[in-house]
Design a protein around this ligand. Structure first.
Ligand code: CO8
Length: 258
């Protein structure tokens, strides 16, 4: 399928999605959302694909929601179109694992998009920020919530109130990113990490993703109960039988994906 604002390629079992609006530092407009929604849906539906990487350019992962698209919109337009709601239903709803590989600016909606990923790998050039306050608005794609859960109230509040950017090292210390990689190695590292995930029993990977995400949505007792039930359901899969048998027989597992 041809997309206007992103590039999509398959590398074995890994789908690589690259934001491709260099003239606007990958600013996220409605077309980007439509393209990403379609690409993530295609990835989720493709039985040959088991992990995805979303990346941008060297200079910018994404410099935010497209300010030029929003400048003339009125409050009623945002409300009646439920502006930004499709990020939740079309991107966050992806059931298979995906990684954000971030170099350069990840600002506003760009930072929010990176935080929608299952985890972020950051180049040493990455810079994260929620500068919406400077535009007279506030995060609208989950930034105030996900950033606070990731780095805690003090840092999230400071970033949202001042709009200052956080560099890669600070982001790693604060728990926003899983790892920092030299910029030149970012894509290779992300693809290797994705390939390692894609080599896991696919249902187990999906359930692990769901379990960790549940930790953000619910209280501890409910989360632990849900984890135990999901674990018990996984034990009914053919891949559980194969995974444990392969361990005992000292050989690699061969997965059926069910
Ligand atoms: N939207 C549209 N165009 C953008 C954006 C953006 N977010 N960011 C950069 N661009 C464009 C520039 O306009 C410029 O285009 P042109 O050459 O046609 O003028 C081109 O990209 C290159 O940008 P710069 O010349 O500014 O590049 P610099 O290297 O000088 O600066 C920066 C890079 C610092 C990243 C700078 O571009 C910048 O500050 N960008 C805006 C960052 C920002 O404020 N992001 C937050 C946007 S708002 C948001 O994401 C969520 C809003 C939630 C609202 C909720 C309402 C309901």
């Amino acid at each position: 399928m041809a997309y206007e604002t992103i590039l999509v390629e398959q590398r074995d079992a890994v789908t690589l999605i690259t934001l491709n609006r260099p003239q606007a530092l990958n600013a996220l407009n409605s077309q980007v959302l439509a393209d990403l929604g379609a690409a993530f849906a295609a990835y989720d539906a493709d039985p040959t694909q088991h992990c995805a990487v979303l990346t941008g350019s060297e200079k910018a992962f994404a410099a935010g929601a497209d300010i030029k698209e929003m400048v003339d919109k009125e409050a009623a337009d945002f409300f009646l179109q439920d502006f930004f709601s499709d990020w939740q239903t079309k991107v966050v709803a992806t059931r298979k694992p995906w990684i954000a590989a971030v170099a350069g600016f990840a600002l506003g909606g760009g930072c929010e998009l990176a935080m929608m990923a299952d985890f972020i790998l950051a180049a040493d050039t990455a810079r994260f920020g929620q500068p919406e306050v400077k535009l007279g608005v506030a995060p609208g794609m989950g930034g105030s919530q996900r950033l606070t859960r990731a780095v805690g109230k003090a840092k999230a509040m400071e970033m949202c109130l001042t709009g200052r950017m956080m560099g890669a090292e600070e982001a790693e210390r604060a728990g926003l990113v899983a790892r920092i990689v030299p910029a030149a190695e970012l894509l290779d590292d992300a693809l290797k990490t994705a390939a390692a995930i894609a080599a896991m029993p696919p249902m187990a990977a999906m359930v692990n993703k769901e379990m960790v995400n549940i930790a953000f949505e619910t209280n501890l007792a409910q989360g632990i109960l849900t984890e135990r039930r999901l674990f018990q359901i996984l034990t009914a899969t053919q891949d559980k039988k194969e995974g444990m048998t392969a361990f005992v027989e000292k050989r690699p597992g061969v997965w059926k994906g069910r």
